[in-house]
Design a protein around this ligand. Structure first.
Ligand code: UDP
Length: 456
């Protein structure tokens, strides 16, 4: 079909890695493109498409294969095996999809691909179409991995402090866990370094952050890495209301108990609730779960704790029943709706990048309890750079004890420092809104991306 005859200006495939923390930002970006008259087709794996719950966004869905159509990662014997097969089958089935779309009169102009899947760029280039890498972590973390990938930062980390361009000196535990605990998750470390294997061939580098949040590092990186900040990719009902009724990301891999959460939150006092969640993948060990549970029981505050089904057997027996008066434990909720609720006064988080951005954008103070991956670096910035939270200190065994949990909560909920943190959180909330508002730093970058696409 000739371009002039199409009802849309350009057609983008958007390809996230199939986990909640990757689907959310890329799907939200899809909704924005769609709003700005770009046709978007979201691509996920066959298994994910069968199991996910979808809202009504109107975005079309197509699938590729990860080689495990009947069970995804659960079907693979290890994450290493999953990735190896996905990286082999993914490009082949993506190429088939591009051919199918082209022959059905709906050719693709651009692939916005999750940067952890760099093979998608090779496929785009083979088809002569535009490739846009979408980075789902902070620019600070991208900067660190870039330096490791280029051999500019040597491992193991040998200094007590290391300085990289545009960043304050970091101690070893402020780096991503794969670096200070070398060999801990080799498959994941390979993936994050692999993001840079061909990135210089990408036509665009899009980052889910906003300029004002990471100004120094974005400026310094721009000498060698032309990143465009386009975030925070959060449903616009919480930011600038650009999209109508946009209060949910819209693709859920978990079944939510949201009605129960909202009903319970509505009964709580303003600012009185501690919300606790470790995202979609982190696994706490049983001892840590127990200490956290006792810590929550000790505090004066009430709590809403998300314990995913796969983690539930680690909850101490009788805890839910014993704490009915002061807390609610659910297996999943709509996190944004919870964070936006006036009853929530503080968020105990693993500091996944989406959770961090969501809390910053909604002005919610944090207790950082990083578990793995980039979370330690996000925690460092939350505490020392953005000043929107405190960091819970683990003991020599790596466990955050109940007294520390209680202490961190009371610092935020009661202390003078808590007010300071709340003020910072509100400042970032305003800056996040400004970035995505018309003419804001992220909005301008998105418009520039679209303007180039429609000229193709
Ligand atoms: N989330 C949610 N409900 C929950 C817990 C998490 O909707 O009960 C969402 C949260 O809003 C975020 C994503 O899941 O967008 C988790 O992403 P993040 O980067 O914070 O952590 P990850 O799951 O990747 O470790």
């Amino acid at each position: 079909m000739e371009k002039e005859h199409r009802a849309y200006k350009s057609h983008c495939l958007v390809l996230p890695y199939p986990s909640q923390g990757h689907i959310n930002p890329l799907f939200q970006f899809s909704k924005l493109l769609d709003h700005k008259q770009i046709k978007v087709t979201l691509v996920t794996t066959r298994f994910t498409s069968k199991t996910m719950h979808r809202g009504s966004s109107g975005i079309e869905l197509e699938t590729i294969s990860d080689g495990y159509d009947e069970g995804g990662t659960d079907q693979a014997e290890s994450i290493q095996a999953y990735i190896e097969r996905f990286w082999q089958v993914g490009p082949e089935t993506l190429a088939e999809l591009l051919e199918k779309l082209s022959s059905s009169g709906c050719p693709v102009d651009c692939i916005v691909y999750d940067s952890v899947m760099p093979w998608a760029l090779d496929v785009a280039k083979k088809f002569g179409i535009v490739g846009a890498a979408f980075f789902t972590q902070s620019c600070v973390v991208d900067n660190i991995y870039y330096h490791v990938n280029k051999g500019l930062l040597k491992l193991p980390l040998s200094e007590s402090e290391t300085s990289l361009p545009g960043m304050p000196p970091l101690g070893p535990v402020d780096f991503p866990s794969f670096m200070y605990d070398l060999g801990s998750y080799p498959a994941y470390f390979d993936i994050v370094l692999g993001q840079f294997s061909n990135v210089e061939k990408a036509d665009w580098i899009l980052c889910n952050t906003f300029y004002e949040l990471e100004e120094q590092v974005v400026d310094r990186m721009s000498d060698f890495w032309p990143a465009r900040t386009i975030g925070p990719t959060i449903p616009s009902g919480y930011l600038n209301k650009q999209l109508e009724d946009d209060k949910e990301y819209g693709v859920n891999l978990f079944k939510s108990n949201n009605d129960a959460c909202m009903k319970w939150l509505n009964e709580q006092q303003k600012g009185s609730v501690v919300y606790v969640s470790f995202g979609s993948t982190a696994k706490l060990n049983a001892e840590q779960m127990e200490e956290l549970a006792w810590g929550l029981r000790r505090t004066k505050s009430t709590f809403l704790w998300v314990v995913r089904e796969s983690e539930a057997d680690k909850l101490i027996k009788g805890f839910v029943e014993e704490t009915l008066e002061k807390g609610l434990v659910v297996s999943w909720c709509s996190q944004l709706e919870v964070l936006a609720h006036e009853a929530v006064g503080c968020f105990i988080t693993h500091c996944g990048w989406n959770s961090t951005l969501e809390a910053l954008s909604l002005g919610v103070p944090l207790v950082a309890m990083p578990q793995m991956s980039d979370q330690s670096t996000n925690a460092k910035y939350i505490k020392d750079v953005w000043k929107t939270g405190v960091k819970a200190q683990p003991d020599g065994k790596g466990i955050v004890r109940q007294e520390e949990v209680e202490h961190c909560i009371s610092k935020i909920m009661e202390g003078e420092g808590g007010k300071e943190i709340k003020r910072s959180a509100m400042k970032w909330r305003e800056l996040a809104k400004k970035a995505v508002d018309e003419g804001g730093s992220s909005d301008k970058n998105i418009d520039e991306f679209i303007a180039k696409l429609v000229q193709l």
